[in-house]
Ligand binder design. Sequence first.
Ligand code: 5GP
Length: 192
Amino acid sequence: MKLLEDKILSCGRVLPGEVLKIDSFLNHQIDVELVSQLGKEFYRRFSSYNISKILTIESSGIALAFAAAQYFKVPVVFAKKGSHKNVGNDVYYADCYSYTKGETYQITVSKAYLGEGENILIIDDFLANGAAANCLINILSQAQSNLVGIGIAVEKGFQKGGKNLRERGINLQSLAIIDSMTDSSVSFRADN
Ligand code: 5GP
């Protein structure tokens, strides 16, 4: 999506460890008009499916999921992060490895908000190695909900997450796919 690619080129910063900072429009300050356009694009790509809910992960996925949900007119559920010693029987939970923080954390979703047979679209800001997406897929399988697809704002195509998900037949739609990045340049996949 050219709008997002242009924004990354003008406002993104590449940090050591192949981390792209997009704090000025998505991960800290939010460009509401831009994020609303991203939400609309997710709707365009997934509107033919009978989506009943959007699932994301706190905190950066929430704005994107909210923007998309306004077009789908469905609720957003966000997985909560943090370790809960007594998770109890009323939540689904999974352990997740954070690429940017280099640590494992637990995510939980209340059983009340994911139903058996519901058609769920997962939305998140970044896809790198796929740990966050796989954790959300794990939660969906515990809930026996259907995974309709995954919508990602920025896929780092040089990491393995996207390839693995597509090889499993999952309908993964990334609005920008980065093929390579250096301190001074970011290149996008042309045929996306
Ligand atoms: P994965 O779990 O696919 O390895 O990484 C995805 C998660 O890690 C995203 O939810 C995002 O929060 C974070 N992440 C991974 N790579 C980057 C990056 O380059 N920049 C930012 N801002 N977050 C990233």
